[in-house]
Design a protein around this ligand. Sequence first.
Ligand SMILES: NC(=O)c1ccc[n+]([C@@H]2O[C@H](COP(=O)([O-])OP(=O)(O)OC[C@H]3O[C@@H](n4cnc5c(N)ncnc54)[C@H](OP(=O)(O)O)[C@@H]3O)[C@@H](O)[C@H]2O)c1
Length: 275
Amino acid sequence: MDTGLQGRVALVTGANHGIGAAVAKGLAAEGAKLFLTYLRVRPQDTGWGEDVARGLSESAEALYAAMRAKSADHVVKSIRDAGGSAEAWETDLADPANIPLLFDRAESAFGAVDVLVNNAAHCEYPSRVLEANAASMDRHFAVNTRAVALMIQEYGRRHIERAARWGRIINVSTDAADAFGGSVWYGASKYAMESISRVAAKELGPYGVTVNVVSPGPVQTGGYGAEAVERESAACPMGRIGQPQDIADAVVLVASEQARWITGQLVYVGGGSRM
Ligand SMILES: NC(=O)c1ccc[n+]([C@@H]2O[C@H](COP(=O)([O-])OP(=O)(O)OC[C@H]3O[C@@H](n4cnc5c(N)ncnc54)[C@H](OP(=O)(O)O)[C@@H]3O)[C@@H](O)[C@H]2O)c1
């Protein structure tokens, strides 16, 4: 299937591992040029409290922390080794000043951005309403809601300025955004992002840009220990936990030419774990 992504410029956030890395490789395999961004997190800053909630074994937590401490160089290399084009820049999306700079860098590397995938996310475990802490709320909304809105605004401003007529914005949520027990600010900040995505679809539709939400169920990106994998697999109609490739393929689908008439929608990609 010719997805129509050959030669397009794609910007993917949170692309140094997990779902973001798989999305970047998936779009590159369709011929898009990839500008990646990420923010390494030091193991001691993972924001993980007692990790009972996710049944994280020592090894899983160590693996996940190690992945988050990596740059995106390995993803850039793998795309280039496969004959693709990729560049990366590390920046904190919680700081609004970094967003126009990010688009400047993407444009000077490959030209105007056609496909934007807002995949980066901040998540602290546990966080509960009864222990509400303003700083933790701010950290979640800064990345999962405000940064996504400002990325869409910057994309839209540049798209309209150059009178472009084709564009794709895909925002990655989570399938429990409406009530995420154990990490309330993570869920609530994603739910707010879903609302912003629908309004953005309305505002950007006249300019040929579709805006959609891809909402994964549990995906093994290093954070699930054996116990959790068993639990999630048993709860999933398809009988397994999701893999980053499962989400990447759905993002490619929604970014494709074939998805030109899909906008303002939320797609659950969880093997039926949420219907
Ligand atoms: N894995 C799952 O089970 C699952 C399920 C549902 C939804 N999701 C969503 O899928 C997306 C990818 O999740 P994942 O598990 O692959 O990765 P993840 O560990 O949730 O990390 C997301 C990415 O965001 C980056 N990031 C965090 N704070 C940032 C900031 N202030 N500025 C710039 N980048 C920042 C992270 O960099 P570092 O990792 O280097 O900090 C990482 O690359 C996220 O939106 C997540 O909410 C995941």
